[in-house]
Design a protein around this ligand. Structure first.
Ligand code: ADP
Length: 358
């Protein structure tokens, strides 16, 4: 990879996976999976219960921003059950026939993983209801008055759905999952352990302080942590003796222009638009998305959760508002009346759905 002054080259691509290298860094079992202790404990119970009963576990929905380990967890679920994993994604299931073909090939106990399940086409989704509930599908053959419905048995399977947007799932689909786990951003200490593990796998010497430095700039996201580790490794090997010390990590991250919090280009554009173009808000997410030239869904699902968590953006009943930390992050002085004007600043997540402004 070339050294680029725009850190979005290094961080923003957490939306996409890195193929083989990423695969080698995936945790392989629940014990190997670092962080998300509640999700791990709950899943352990769901899987152990099913194993004791000798049946297939309930369908499982994993939600959370990209790069937090949903796909890895789906693979672990299949491995823990000693089952095969079949992978597909919502956008790939454009026609019900695509899903019917996939379902009819399943064998008993298989785990079917559907990534971005909120983007599944309607006819395929309706077929999925029956498959999830009764392990059968009705395949419609022909069109118009001559069309016939042929029932098809599906082997008992476990569906693992992943979504960055659980709120976009229809009620009937959501109700058919027996267990829903929400993956949250990782704490720096957890990312540090993930980095130590990845360094061992990659055969790189990574000092504890260096790991802390990288962890703090990984946007709470293991995929970014691993990506930054590889870029810092390049630097350590080319410009030093290959050992990653704190100073080497700092120097490398400066070259890649990764800021103190690991904010990427889109995060910074959103903050900048909110503060500079809209005077700090309140402004609706759709307007904000237009201002940065992005899809509202990307701003809402990818960018905003982290900025809210970092305490830079607050969601209020009247729209998004920049906090003092956002102004300071941009090197600006927050206006003295920031907290007044009847805007109640909420930085916590649970109430968010109530304030949907799209
Ligand atoms: P998602 O499906 O949520 O986008 P992935 O499962 O593809 O995320 O994870 C992205 C990468 O991050 C994985 O390849 C793996 O290297 C790393 N990763 C994610 N979660 C963990 C974890 N808990 N422990 C170690 N590595 C992780």
């Amino acid at each position: 990879m070339t050294v680029d002054s725009d850190e979005s080259q290094v961080t923003a691509s957490y939306l996409t996976s890195d193929g083989d290298v990423e695969a080698s860094l995936r945790p392989k079992s629940l014990d190997d999976f670092i962080g998300q202790p509640r999700v791990r404990e709950q899943l352990q119970l769901v899987l152990s219960g099913a194993k004791m009963r000798g049946g297939t576990p309930d369908h499982i929905l994993l939600s959370g921003p990209p790069g937090l380990g949903k796909t890895s967890m789906a693979m672990i679920i299949a491995a823990e059950l000693n089952s095969s994993l079949r992978l597909t994604s919502g956008p790939a299931l454009e026609r019900a026939g695509d899903l019917a073909a996939m379902l009819s090939n399943l064998v008993e106990g298989d785990v079917l993983f559907i990534d971005e399940i909120h983007r599944i086409a309607r006819p395929a989704e309706e077929m999925l209801y029956l498959a999830m509930e009764d392990f059968r599908v009705d395949v419609i053959v022909g069109k118009g008055p001559g069309a016939t419905s042929i029932p098809l048995e599906v082997a008992p399977f476990t569906l693992v759905g992943a979504t960055t947007r659980s709120g976009a799932l229809t009620g009937p689909l959501r109700d058919r999952f027996g267990f829903t786990a929400h993956m949250d951003f990782y704490e720096p200490a957890e990312l540090q352990r993930i980095l130590a593990r990845s360094a061992r796998i990659l055969g790189v010497e990574l000092g504890e302080e260096a790991a802390a430095e990288i962890a703090g700039r990984s946007r709470g996201t293991p995929r970014i942590a691993n990506r930054l580790l590889r870029r810092v490794r390049d630097y350590a090997e080319v410009r030093a003796d290959g050992i990653i010390t704190r100073d080497i990590a700092r120097a490398a991250l400066a070259v890649y222009d990764v800021d103190r919090l690991g904010l990427d280009r889109l995060d910074r554009s959103v903050l900048s638009a909110l503060v500079r173009s809209f005077g700090g808000g309140p402004v609706g997410v759709s307007t904000l998305a237009v201002a940065v030239g992005e899809e509202p869904a990307t701003v809402e699902e990818v960018c905003e959760p982290f900025l809210v968590r970092a305490g830079m953006i607050a969601r209020t009943p009247r729209g998004r508002v920049a906090t003092a930390a956002a102004w300071e992050q941009l090197g600006l002085v927050p206006p003295p009346d920031l907290a007044v004007g009847g805007i109640e600043v909420r930085a916590s997540e649970p109430q968010l759905e109530l304030f949907e402004d799209r």
